[in-house]
Design a protein around this ligand. Structure first.
Ligand code: AN0
Ligand code: CP
Length: 320
């Protein structure tokens, strides 16, 4: 594997899940693989889970790790070519990328959607510059349109907890006070569409996800209908993807708290497990009762981030 940005980079999912189970049995099994290899993690945005679990994964593989918070202590980076740099940005990404790449063997990048231009976000302008100019294997730690380490951890969690061969998995939009990216729901859909599950997406009108991620999934605008018979409820807020109305891209169109997942919502399901990538705003996305219930998987899901990252880094190292 040379890059990791979406489900197709993983190839056969059964093989990837078997590798995840193997790593979970013995997370240091491939400790020799990363000797004298350095993993650089670059954060343009905040993180708790990704920051910790990816460092842990790199160490599981015997790698050295360098973490850089671009906005804290590094020079402010210009990302647009052709700009006259007379503002507050001291360095251009086009120099910074090869410099950073010269100190490492593998690069992880976190760079959220900026919501300034749908085209810039959906062409992954920042992540692709890292892929193009670093000459090193690059993996996404949540870029503008995807969060594949999260979605792989989610798939591992569903595999561990499913009670039927082909569970019904529902991705539901839920309200949030601020505009959040579509990366998490996009990648979740990307993975579920390739997994052995019945996948349904539910959200208010106007929140349609990009067709490249929805693919053949069933979209149901009635949240109650969508929840019927569900084995897993995966909640997430996202701002308007601008699919039907490009001018609404990145806007908060709805704050309807009837979409908040509470015990009544969960009573419509087949005693479903509750999932969320975290961080989560309680009583906006999910009620205290639902997130604290024994059917809540948010903690094991976060713990599986170490496993998904270990598998991905292992594969990147094996291809060096
Ligand atoms: C981010 C998002 O929604 O993409 C990160 C989630 C893993 N969440 C926030 O910014 C609160
Ligand atoms: N789920 C997730 O990626 O969390 P962080 O933003 O804290 O890394």
């Amino acid at each position: 594997m040379k890059t990791y940005t979406n489900v197709f980079d993983l190839g056969d999912l059964k093989t990837a899940l078997a590798e995840a189970a193997e790593i979970k049995q013995d997370r240091y099994k491939y400790e020799a693989l990363g000797k004298h290899k350095t993993c650089l993690l670059i954060f343009f945005n905040n993180s708790l889970r990704t920051r910790l679990s990816t460092q842990k994964a790199a160490r599981n593989l015997g790698m050295d790790v360098i973490v850089l918070d671009v906005n804290q202590g590094a020079w402010k980076l210009e990302t647009e070519r052709g700009v006259i740099m007379d503002g507050d940005k001291s360095e251009h990404l086009l120099e910074a990328i090869p410099v950073m790449a010269s100190y490492c063997d593998v690069i992880g990048v976190r760079s959220f959607a900026r919501f300034e231009s749908r085209e810039d976000d959906y062409t992954e302008k920042i992540l692709n510059q890292f892929i193009r100019y670093s000459g090193k294997p690059v993996f996404s730690m949540e870029a503008a349109t995807g969060h594949p380490l999260q979605a792989f951890a989610d798939l591992i969690t569903i595999e561990e907890y499913k009670r039927t061969e082909r569970p019904k998995v529902v991705l539901t939009w839920a309200p949030h006070p601020r505009a959040l990216p579509q990366a998490v729901p996009n990648s979740f859909a990307d993975f579920m569409n390739e997994a052995d599950v019945d996948f349904v997406i539910t959200h208010p009108e106007g929140y349609e996800l990009d067709p490249q991620f929805v693919r053949g999934a069933q979209v149901e605008y009635d949240q109650k209908k969508a929840f019927e018979g569900a084995d897993f409820i995966y909640a997430k807020n996202w701002a308007c993807p601008g699919v039907t109305r490009p001018e609404d891209y990145g806007k908060v169109l709805c704050k309807d708290r009837s979409w908040t997942v509470d015990t009544e919502h969960m009573s419509w399901t087949n005693n479903a497990f509750f999932m969320h990538c975290l961080p989560v705003r309680r009583n906006m996305i999910v009620s205290d009762e639902v997130i604290e219930a024994p059917t809540s998987l948010v903690i094991p899901e976060a713990a599986n981030r170490e496993i998904s990252a270990t598998v991905v880094l292992k594969r990147l190292l094996q291809a060096l």
